[in-house]
Design a protein around this ligand. Sequence first.
Ligand code: SAH
Ligand code: SF4
Ligand code: F3S
Length: 448
Amino acid sequence: MKIHIKTYGCQMNERDSEALAGMLTEAGHVMVDSEEAADVLLFNTCSVREQAERKAKGKIGYMRKLKARKPELVIGALGCMAQRLGNELLNELPHLDFVLGTGQLHTLVPLIESIRADRRQVASITESADVLTGMGSHYRPEGDGMNFKAQIAITRGCNRFCSYCIVPYVRGREISREPADVVAEARELVAGGAKEIMLLGQNVAAYGWGGNVNPPPAGVSPFAELLEELDRIPGLLRIRFTSPYPTYFNDRLIAAIAQSRTVCHNIHLPLQSGSDRILAAMNRQYTADGYRAVAAALRTAMPDVTFSTDVIVGFPGESDEDFRLTRELMNEIGFDNSFIFKYSPRPGAKSAAQEDSVPQEVKEERNALLLADLKTRVEAALRRQVGSVQEVLVEGTSPRNPERWSGRTGTNRVIHFLPEPDLEAGTLRRVKITRAGSVSLFGELVQE
Ligand code: SAH
Ligand code: SF4
Ligand code: F3S
């Protein structure tokens, strides 16, 4: 059958969709890019903010017309919103054939067969640990220019229960894969041409702790041990990971990252707020000073490290002063990238019981201020790179100007340059920076 998947939400969802595409093609199905051409339409959904749910529901609702023209079409909603709403979603969207929750994704192939045979609506949303081992497939079609990059999910679920967040409810309890399974998967990907591997989980740095240890004892870090094992894989050039919870960066982990051959010096370190009062209300288990200490320790170990972050503006009760503290801390750390979110109450998450007290205009205003600060910081950081020589992993032709190629530094900056004959994507090259743009750099390949 021809199958199309549309994915909403975070990189974990992207990875799940890729694993599903791998499973489906192994079972003989064919992935297609267009909705019109598909016999089965899958929507891998997100619940993290109201807007994410609205978008997916709107899209699935719109598919009613397609189904009216093509009654044999099978439509499924998968992932986080499917998990959260279950049967409710089937009632709301009667042309939907099934919902498949986050704990049952590994059962997709037989589920599609059974729905084709016996057309009735199905909601499958029981939490199951089998999903941990059942989602190891990869979909890496020949000719995809980005095949030198791959993603591996090392944990699933989350036990942190930040008060605003729906993820622990829709993705279930935090579980880690066996190191041997992760390493085997990485070796296989590298054998198939992968040069850069992104390790994924809602809280990757808590890998191997069984979901209950926070903060971890000094000197011990199963995640550090995993990084060290992966570091030894010949042919693997780079490791990245996202997202780590700040309190898991003990000395053991920081040293492992700094001494590693492959781990990139770019850390996504979710801040959420710079105000201790708001951090406590969010149930984030660190203070602004605790966060500063983690960033400082990482920077001492790796002076070239860059940071990105997630911040929420307009959490219930966030005052001008709380916001000022967030803004100051962001400028102080000097994030190279930040994802700024306007608080959205999620039914079921703890903070939804509080009034969503910050008016929409104030959220917009705070959001705009942080974005403007980010722009200023990034431009200045890029200008400081001019004249230096940086190592990039070559990615291929630049999206905007096919005469140029681009590559990414370990610190996650994009550099554009003129190619030379036989230049290959997925190789490491050095580039001398000649000019800074507003979001990326320009340079010349260094002849070696
Ligand atoms: N596990 C990851 C985050 C996953 S959700 C981590 O802790 O880093 C991605 C981001 O969405 C969060 O970091 C947070 O900034 C934002 N977010 C989560 N719930 C939200 C909500 N209810 N409203 C607005 N933003 C939210
Ligand atoms: Fe959500 Fe917090 Fe878990 Fe991240 S750590 S997924 S923000 S509960
Ligand atoms: Fe969204 Fe689920 Fe990711 S709620 S952010 S897709 S874990």
